[in-house]
Write a protein of this length. Structure first.
Lengths: 613, 333
């Protein structure tokens, strides 16, 4: 009989559930998508329900439930860390006492309360779960494993290897020495939210120069020849306070942290560039040591730091490893998947199936719920929203392509929702990358977010090398690579940086290539290669766009507004469509035009629904 | 719940979204709902012609029959199939409906499928629903609405007349419903506010025992207009059918747990026995075979729908009346 394992991650940030049957991933989703609360850390009641729904099983059919880390070890770390700084750390203690003692220790009871079934409950280890999430779904029979995040239990970085169904972790770097927490400290200092603003900091980095990199290396982080590192925690606040940085840190970098939502200055740009550079050095150092230690030719990555796609792209270009594969849900959400895979393979003896065609086992990360055409129509009919059914897939793709080519912005909802933080063409907002206005329009009128933030391209996998200098597929938008030289246009960032301007708009509006909307100020792009086997419908849209315009690339950003989780259901999608200046909404085989929709009633203060991230 | 479960239907009001697969959260964790392509919660895809060697029953009812709170496999329809392996039950149960809507489902959808038996599971509370023109509903955000439904009235010549078809699509805000129509909203019985308060205090059973609460007084008299209408609907339905009919009054928990007397409804349903090819099967005595404490476990702690155990009792009870019909059909064939 098939052994089905439910994996759960929760109670820190990005709670999620995942279901694995005999080593095959059946379902995975983040709780935030259902509760509509970004990074929702609560036990993932809704995601669990969805996983059982997708597998169509009862909780009593589960062979085991596995929690992605060990709350006792987290408690151990919290207590010992606080003792090390006592009598300081009172604030830290009160917070840790609540989150650890208050909830995590009772996690077993809480999970049983949700399931109402007596299923064996197993606790994994945080970095082992990350490692499993990276190795098992990868297309590699054997690979080196590198996990890096803020902290999980004691560990912040681990190095290991996987072969067949076996995973061994050889080395760990322990708290408080953490590349992830150091990056988060700068995220905080630059005025972005920790655990969500890291991505913004990475996007800001190309605007600056790494003038503080030496200072960071000198004062904050010391790299050793074996790739390991130590932090000088006397500059950091997380050990004995409730914020990431302290006055020593502030003195080092010229004053107080930037206030949330205030103007971004040259200092923040340079700090972003500096910490990005240092982080890249750290990742490369660890990768080199991992190669040396394991002798493996391929590498898999997970942990929050593995979402740093700029560092990932550099790692690929440095050719330390032949190939790399990164878990698309690299953060804690992916821990649920890794934990379930680990138990499925190691406890229940599931065999790994490596695809002969080189595709991975992540199923393009389309692991969330889907909604049938009947469900979509039932929703639209019930609400009386006008729509047109375009059942023919090719015709639908042509209609979407034609709209994009006219400069319209399209909300695209198709198939199973993505697992992980990136929208990959199932819950995406699409635009024309050739239009120099697209980036500003999408940032300001669609996403309602900072104008400096770049957009990512989806490109036909078979045409990727025509546009980008990328030597392997990037199906999960986790690799950054340069736009090909011949496509680049002359552009001098320094000339265009105008601090009197509102939010760097003048820079954003300068074309930097023949696909300006997805070309960042350093000519880089965060690429999603779209393979027809992974996403036939989305691939069809790209093909139709290419046929119409000669361009095999479209802008793809997540279907949400700032602070909102990516949409999950047709209702979420419709609401987001109506609240923004999108022109067209595609809900499976139904096409809705904004111009035909009735105005939303009683929805004037919707912006207060989502706290800015 | 991230999914919408029902879609609009112009005659019935709504039915399940075809092809839906969902897990719905409930007090004991949740339950699995699988809907076939016709839009009913049934493990079978409906096909016109009977399968060889199978005895096919078409089953109609409300949430008790559709299996609210339990997975498809735990419902009495599905348990019946396990008890009687050559029985095939097409479950047309639809939550929230009255016997009037269930008859319309038979008339407009069910009757086209070949069958050997018509099985009508009348949750006895349906007597209130057949006289209602609207039922309360709540949306995903918990907002209360009034949902129009189709309904029959009896003409002076004794014929049934159908109203409110096509059923208005849009739900009505409670304060927007015309005053003259307010009395036609099914409020689940009298004194809704008092009832809600007693429920909130967890004193439902005590209050019912002390007051000798009779939840369905409309059954007390053969001349009650609600019963006359329900009887007329059932009579027309039975007369339309060309196969044996089993009418099964499904008791409310007050009757199962004997906090209220069932004599009224039992007497009324016996009035249907003279109808041709009709068996009225009362499953209540089979529930009463169990001690009271065990009977309490036939419904959920906070919800009155049948548990899998309650469905089992109902299935076993019905099997006693269906098995002979199957043997009879087998002998004839």
């Amino acid at each position: 009989m098939a052994a089905t394992v439910l994996g759960i991650s929760a109670l820190y940030h990005d709670a999620a559930a995942a279901l694995v049957t005999d080593g095959e991933i059946v379902a995975a989703a983040q709780e935030e998508r259902f509760t509509r609360k970004k990074h929702d850390p609560r036990l993932p009641r809704n995601a669990i329900r969805y996983c059982l729904e997708q597998a169509f099983i009862e909780p009593s059919d589960l062979a085991a439930v596995v929690f992605y880390d060990n709350p006792l070890l987290t408690l151990d770390r919290a207590l010992k860390s606080l003792l090390s700084v006592a009598p300081r750390g009172e604030e830290q203690w009160s917070e840790a006492a609540w989150s650890t003692l208050g909830v995590k220790l009772f996690v077993a009871n809480e999970i049983r309360n949700i399931l109402k079934a007596d299923v064996p409950l197993i606790f994994s280890r945080h970095h082992l779960s990350h490692a499993a999430s990276a190795f098992y779904p990868s297309p590699f029979e054997r690979a080196a494993i590198l996990t890096m995040d803020g902290v999980g239990e004691w560990s912040t970085t681990s190095i290991g290897q996987g072969e067949g169904t076996e995973i061994k972790l050889h080395k760990e770097i322990n708290y408080p020495h953490s590349l992830g927490l150091l990056y988060s400290a700068f995220t905080y200092f630059c005025g972005f939210k920790v655990n969500s603003g890291e991505y913004k900091l990475m996007g800001l980095a190309p605007y600056g120069t790494p003038k503080y990199a030496d200072l960071i290396r000198e004062k904050l982080i010391h790299f050793k020849p074996d790739g390991s590192y130590r932090l000088d925690t006397s500059y950091l606040g997380y050990l004995d306070g409730n914020v990431m940085t302290n006055n020593r840190f502030h003195d080092l970098f010229g004053g107080s942290p930037r206030k949330l939502e205030s103007r971004i200055t040259r200092r923040e740009m340079d700090l972003a560039a500096s910490i990005q550079k240092v982080t890249e050095e750290g990742v490369l150092g660890l990768a080199r040591h991992t190669r040396q230690l394991t002798g493996m030719r391929d590498l898999v990555l997970a942990g929050g730091v593995a979402l740093n796609c700029v560092a990932n792209g550099l790692l690929l270009r440095e050719k330390i490893f032949d190939r790399i594969w990164i878990q698309p849900a690299a953060g804690d959400a992916g821990g649920a998947l890794g934990a379930a895979l680990l138990v499925s393979h190691r406890r229940f003896g599931a065999k790994r199936k490596i695809s002969a065609n080189g595709r991975d086992g992540q199923k393009a990360s389309y692991l969330g719920p889907s909604y049938s055409s009947a469900e979509v129509r039932a929703f639209l009919d019930r609400r009386g929203y006008p729509y047109e059914v375009v059942s023919d897939r090719q015709e639908r793709a042509q209609r979407i392509a034609a709209s994009l080519a006219k400069g319209r912005i399209v909300g695209y909802f198709s198939g199973r929702m993505e697992f992980g933080p990136r929208a990959l063409g199932a819950r995406s907002i699409l635009g024309d990358p050739r239009n120099p206005e697209t980036q500003a329009t999408m940032n300001l009128k669609i996403k309602y977010r900072e104008s400096f933030r770049p957009f990512a391209p989806s490109v036909l996998a078979e045409r990727a090398s025509d546009y980008f200098e990328l030597r392997q597929e990037s199906p999960y938008m986790l690799l950054v690579a340069p736009v090909r030289k011949e496509r680049q246009l002359p552009f001098n960032l320094a000339e265009h940086l105008d601090f009197g301007d509102d939010d760097m708009l003048s820079v954003v509006r300068q074309p930097r290539s023949d696909v300006p909307a997805i070309t960042h100020v350093d000519y880089s792009a965060r690429i999603q290669t779209v393979h027809p086997d992974d996403a036939p419908q989305y691939h069809g849209v790209l093909e139709a766009f290419e046929k119409l315009t000669g361009c095999g690339v479209i802008v793809n950003t997540s279907f949400n507004v700032r602070g909102e989780p990516i949409v999950c259901s047709p209702e979420d999608a419709y609401r987001c469509f109506m609240r923004t200046e999108m022109d067209l909404l595609v809900l499976e085989d139904c096409i809705l035009l904004k111009a035909n929709q009735p105005p939303m009633k009683d929805d004037t203060d919707w912006r207060s629904e989502h706290a800015l991230d | 719940m991230h999914r919408q479960v029902f879609q609009y239907h112009p005659t019935i009001g709504y039915h399940f979204i075809p092809g839906l697969r969902a897990r719905i959260e409930a007090e004991d964790g949740g339950y699995l709902v699988r809907v076939n392509e016709t839009g009913f919660r049934c493990e079978h895809e409906f096909v016109r012609q009977k399968s060889p060697g199978k005895f096919r029953a078409l089953l109609f009812g409300d949430s008790m029959t559709a299996g609210e709170m339990v997975s498809n496999k735990d419902r009495y329809s599905d348990q019946l199939e396990r008890l009687l392996p050559s029985l095939e039950v097409y479950n047309f149960g639809l939550p929230g409906t009255g016997t009037d809507q269930q008859y319309l489902i038979y008339r407009d959808i069910g009757a086209q499928f070949e069958h050997d038996l018509l099985l009508i599971g009348v949750f006895v509370e349906n007597i209130r629903r057949v006289v209602a023109r609207y039922r309360p509903a709540a949306d995903r955000d918990g907002r209360e609405w009034i949902q129009p439904k189709p309904y029959f009235t009896l003409r002076s010549d004794g014929e049934l007349e159908l109203h409110q078809v096509p059923v208005p699509k849009d739900p009505i805000a409670p304060d927007q419903l015309a005053e003259a129509e307010q009395e036609h909203v099914d409020t689940y019985g009298k004194f809704p506010r008092v009832r809600r308060a007693i429920h909130a205090l967890g004193m439902r059973e005590l209050a019912q025992r002390l007051t000798k609460y009779q939840p369905l007084p409309n059954y007390e008299s053969a001349s009650d207009p609600s019963w006359i209408l329900l009887k007329a609907i059932l009579t027309q339905w039975i007369q339309t059918a060309k196969v044996p009919v089993v009418v099964c009054p499904i008791p409310m928990d007050q009757y199962i747990e004997q906090t209220s007397s069932p004599e009224g409804y039992q007497a009324r349903f016996r009035e249907l026995e003279p109808l041709p090819r009709t068996i009225v099967h009362d499953p209540l005595p089979d529930f009463w075979k169990f001690p009271v404490e065990e009977r309490r476990r036939f419904r959920f702690k906070h919800d009155r729908h049948l548990t899998p155990g309650g469905h089992r009792v109902l299935a076993e009870s019905l099997s006693k009346v269906i098995a002979p019909l199957m043997h009879q059909a087998e002998r004839i064939s």
